[in-house]
Design a protein around this ligand. Structure first.
Ligand SMILES: O=C(O)CCC(=O)C(=O)O
Length: 312
């Protein structure tokens, strides 16, 4: 038996086995070369165990230990984030933000919510979204902050956009451009959850390529809900007609795309996913919670616009 406490890196979106909080042990399953992970204390209705060998992972659920399916090799912790994003449609990036940037983001969000609840919101759409789902769109945010006399927060916002854009481009490719029109902060209260969907239709992206850099400001995946995601669902979802009708929201429909993974994330970690990856608010979440997150979306320019962009 091999003790995991040394920080054995099983990725599987790091759902439970994390270097700092590993509670499991690896038992070699001769002669397969696989290892069985036991004693890992997973949620009863979710993944119960893994079989891993090099970069391949298989998992099974509670019911009778049946293997479900191999997870794409891209899920290996060794694969770089852009490879995981390409093959799985989702990648966890630990410490995407450093401690200072995280602190700035948390302060920006806190102060913005304070101002939004006190001040008049001149932008009608911004006011409506704040009222309906407690969301704060980023496109009109600098103007709102300026008009509220909070020029220093405009600077903080500008610096954060620049840092998050640079990091995204460094990890996922230099063609990605920040898309404030479809980016926002969200403070979910009272257990409001979002059902299965893809951002391409539900968030009205309207671009052929887009990713979401999802940054929770609370630890999620244990007491507070993370996101459930279905790795590799983006490949097939990309081929279907976009529709806002119920079919994408349906559990059976989503289950036909494969198993769900639910990463545990700390503030500063990012879950980065393709606009066609099926996801929802973690289903096993408690019914009454308050949790804050930011969604920085990025798009890729068409080739002709990219060369124009670089010249201008
Ligand atoms: O924050 C959540 O729980 C869901 C977020 C989400 O799925 C989205 O905005 O696309």
């Amino acid at each position: 038996m091999r003790d995991l406490a040394g920080g054995y890196g099983i990725d599987l979106l790091n759902r439970t086995l994390r270097p700092s909080s590993v509670a499991g042990r690896l038992e070699p399953l001769a002669p397969s070369g696989f290892f069985q992970v036991t004693e890992i204390g997973l949620d009863s209705d979710h993944i119960k165990g893994f079989l891993i060998a090099n970069s391949s992972v298989m998992l099974w659920r509670n019911s009778g230990g049946t293997l479900i399916k191999p997870i794409s090799p891209a899920n290996s912790s060794k694969a770089p984030p852009h490879t995981r994003l390409k093959f799985d449609g989702v990648a966890v990036v630990r410490q995407f933000l450093d401690a200072d940037d995280l602190k700035s983001l948390a302060q920006l969000v806190e102060n913005t919510y304070k101002l939004m609840s006190l001040a008049q919101i001149p932008d009608a759409e911004m006011a409506d979204n704040f009222k309906r789902w407690n969301g704060v769109w980023l496109q009109p945010l600098p103007d709102f902050l300026n008009k509220s006399g909070s020029n220093s927060l405009v600077d903080v916002y500008g610096r954060l956009v620049s840092t998050i854009s640079q990091r995204t481009r460094h990890l996922f490719g230099y063609a990605w451009r920040f898309y404030p029109q479809r980016s926002f902060m969200r403070r979910q209260v009272g257990g409001a959850t979002v059902p299965w969907h893809i951002d391409a239709d539900a968030a009205g992206i309207g671009r052929s390529q887009s990713i979401n850099v999802w940054l929770p400001l609370d630890t999620v995946g244990s007491r507070l809900p993370s996101l459930d995601v279905i790795p590799a669902s983006h490949k097939k979802m990309r081929t279907l007609a976009l529709t806002r009708d119920r079919v994408y929201r349906d559990d059976t429909f989503a289950a036909s795309f494969g198993s769900t993974v639910t990463p545990i994330l700390d503030p500063g970690d990012a879950l980065v996913f393709d606009q066609f990856t099926l996801h929802r608010t973690q289903h096993s979440a408690v019914s009454d919670f308050a949790r804050t997150s930011c969604e920085f979306r990025f798009i890729k320019m068409p080739m002709w616009r990219r060369s124009f962009w670089t010249k201008s």
